[in-house]
Write a protein that binds this ligand. Structure first.
Ligand code: ADQ
Length: 489
């Protein structure tokens, strides 16, 4: 194996995630249009030194025919991606059902869905069966492409069963698993009907990683309390076999954001935004439209601030960019209506004929527009009710080196543990506290802003996505070597 620049490759890295980092659009029977979704994870993994990464995952489209599957596989191979084909029923039960309707809300402390709690457990059981089946399908693809010595890195709550499927077939495979969401308190995890099976499947991995030490601690507690196995200083031990459990806080490719600010198109955007909002302080929210992001709570806090501080009415604007997700799910449709209703009410109450206090956009922004927005913002508002890390807070900090704006950050986002000293930390459920934080941020003296920003900027630029990935992979290698040495002793 050689890297694209001809260097010899020590090891191959198989990255297994539910979704491949590409969008695939079918052009005709046997041709596809592919676009790589540039994001933190992609650039982190592409940049991992001495490894060649391949992705294995679902392309996000249903391809029922063999001709289409063959053509897509071939096109993806050029992007170093390998598809797992899931049919509509599996996607419905595994992805929409077990992953997004059960695990996602549970891991964010929103509980299990009512109907599953009350009604028969039939739908829960069939969704869990589909989850296991889908994980086995991912394992089959990994096994097909695995070469001895490869490192296999499984990602997120969609693939908690995968480590077990892989190790059952090949106990020597180096398997790591990383969770991008929080891992909740063991008291929450305990409510899940398949609690033990899932934990047992995860600890089949050699290394299990989380964004924060707290999530790792919750996971270890769940293992000791639910499975009755031993906690050790390194992780958990079951019948003499150690699974290492540790925190690996993710970062971003900060250089990519900093570089973008120098691009003429971005500077043009910035100039337009500055002119558009001249004389007003700009506050910004960038979130996926998801209950965990606390968008209604953020809007209520802003409303309270405007209610209590009338002198600010025409001096501040909140730009809330919320990309819709899971739009076919009734709970998400309800959230969207609720957000629109609150925005309408606030703009009706505090707007004038020429200006409104909130600009709410229901869509994604391209990278350059996003960087320009981050750069002209005075105060960023991240009020997640729970969030594994929250990369928006990192991206904002990366783009603020000249403005030195203020970050208001939920204490329930993983990022609070790394950016807490520079941000104003808030409890997003406490609307009065967030309203007070908005005022504190808007009037903060330049010297304090600079000090806080410096703290955060140093963190964001020195804890990058690439380092995160390299650290995880090297720890996985070391963990396996240590385990082999222990066995030999
Ligand atoms: P997400 O829940 O997606 O990720 P986050 O970490 O904030 O949350 O990342 C969102 C990404 O989407 C950011 O890169 C942001 O720029 C982009 N984005 C969001 N809204 C956008 C918009 N309107 N237009 C354009 N881009 C937008 C999950 C977990 C997080 C964890 C990450 C990484 O829920 O807690 O930090 O994975 O592990």
């Amino acid at each position: 194996w050689e890297s694209p620049d001809g260097r010899p490759i020590r090891q191959r890295l198989l990255v297994v995630a539910n979704r491949l980092p590409v969008s695939a659009v079918r052009k005709d029977k046997d041709s596809w249009l592919l676009e790589i979704n540039a994001g933190g994870l992609v650039s982190a993994l592409l940049g991992v030194k001495d490894f060649e990464a391949r992705w294995i995952g679902w392309a996000g489209v249903n391809v029922p025919d063999e001709v289409g599957q063959k053509a897509l596989t071939k096109a993806l191979a050029e992007k170093r991606c390998i598809p797992v084909f899931l049919d509509e029923e599996i996607v419905h039960q595994y992805y929409n059902g077990y992953c997004n309707n059960i695990l996602w809300p549970l891991f964010h402390y929103l509980g299990l869905p009512q109907e599953d709690r009350l009604a028969t457990t039939r739908s829960f059981q069939s969704q869990f069966a589909a989850y296991k089946k889908a994980n086995q399908m991912f394992a089959d693809v990994v096994n097909k492409h695995y070469v001895e010595g490869d490192v296999v890195w499984c990602h997120d709550y969609h693939l908690m069963f995968l480590p077990k499927c892989l190790k059952e077939r090949n106990s020597k495979m180096k398997v790591g698993w990383f969770l991008h969401t929080p891992f909740p308190s063991s008291e929450i995890h305990k409510t899940l009907p398949s609690r033990s099976e899932l934990l047992n499947a995860v600890i089949a991995a050699d290394l299990v990683g989380f964004h924060t030490y707290d999530y790792a601690r919750h996971f270890v507690s769940a293992c000791t309390r639910i499975l009755g196995i031993e906690a050790t200083p390194e992780g958990v031990e079951d019948q003499g076999r150690l699974t290492r459990v540790a925190a690996f806080p993710i970062g971003i490719d900060s250089e990519r954001f900093i570089r973008a600010l120098g691009v003429p198109q971005v500077q043009k955007h910035m100039k337009e935004l500055k002119e558009r909002f001249d004389g007003r302080k700009v506050m910004l929210g960038v979130d996926r439209l998801d209950m965990i992001k606390g968008i209604p709570q953020k809007l209520l806090a802003f409303e309270k601030f405007l209610e209590e501080k009338p002198s600010w009415h025409d001096k501040v604007v909140l730009l809330q960019i919320a990309v819709p997700t899971r739009t076919d799910v009734p709970e998400y449709q309800k959230l969207s209506s609720q957000v629109h209703e609150i925005v309408g009410r606030i703009n009706g109450r505090f707007g004038t004929l020429t200006a409104v206090p909130i600009h709410h956009l229901d869509r994604s922004l391209d990278f350059q527009a996003l960087c320009a927005l981050y750069a002209v913002t005075d105060v960023a508002l991240v009020t997640s009710l729970r969030d594994g890390m929250n990369l928006v807070s990192y991206e904002f900090v990366a783009c603020q080196d000249s403005k030195k704006g203020v970050l208001i950050l939920s204490e329930f986002a993983g990022a609070a543990q790394s950016l807490g000293a520079g941000a104003i930390l808030v409890n997003p459920w406490n609307v009065t506290e967030v309203a007070a934080a908005i005022e504190q941020a808007l009037i903060m003296p330049a010297e304090e802003r600079e000090k806080r920003h410096q703290h955060n900027f140093e963190h964001v630029s020195s804890h990058t996505a690439q380092q995160w990935a390299e650290f995880f992979v090297s720890e996985l290698n070391d963990t396996v070597i240590e385990a082999q040495e222990r066995i030999r002793r």
